[in-house]
Design a protein around this ligand. Sequence first.
Ligand code: UDP
Length: 237
Amino acid sequence: MSSAKYRRIMLKLSGEALAGKKGYGIDFNVMKNISIEIKEIVAMGVSVGIVVGGGNIWRGRSGIGMDRTTADYMGMLATCINALALQDSLENLGVTTRVQTAIEMREVAEPFIRRRAMRHLEKNRVVIFAAGTGNPYFSTDTTASLRAAEIEADVILLAKKVDGVYDKDPHKYSDAKKFDKLTYIEVLEKGLQVMDSTATSLCMDNNIPILVFGLDNPENIRKIVAGEKIGTIVCKK
Ligand code: UDP
């Protein structure tokens, strides 16, 4: 019997999370530690989908003076670099993975095919979703919401630099208050920096809870899956 609280999760790893303290590129130690935790939760019987960001390499908005769509495609390609690095790191630990990309690059990874992704997940393969939604003007947070709905995930685990959602930036204000629980509407109305509003709305419409937590300690992933109360949960009520 599995001791896990969730049957299937969508883990959103931002590029920032993969960069560690360097703030840019990939910190392979950080990636290894995250991979160890993923291996543990797979062993607990949890089915795992992962959406990776690309902000550690390139963000659409970095392209000042550039055509926005071109800059966004660069961002989507950046997520593919992270996806391949994460795949390599997981496979080094013996975890079977598949990378599926929203932009076709056959020599590199499978295209995103929902039914095939479901099959991989049923076979306990970790599926890493790369290239975002495949569309400019979107984010990888929105990708995580979309893919979570498509793969019927129970929850989105949203890894952040801070350990939950606060009413103001805890790095700047010592009196910042952390929320244990929020509704989607509260996040949207208060303009809290959880996900972008498109991603939050998609979760609201499909009733997918979002658990925001700090990845400073990668063991948090395992603790959350085991049912420990960590971070901030965003849900219906
Ligand atoms: N992006 C996009 N469409 C998508 C997902 C991502 O155009 O569906 C681009 C966008 O330019 C974004 C970049 O890819 O800035 C990297 O993704 P994101 O900023 O969400 O990464 P994270 O902040 O999670 O590292």
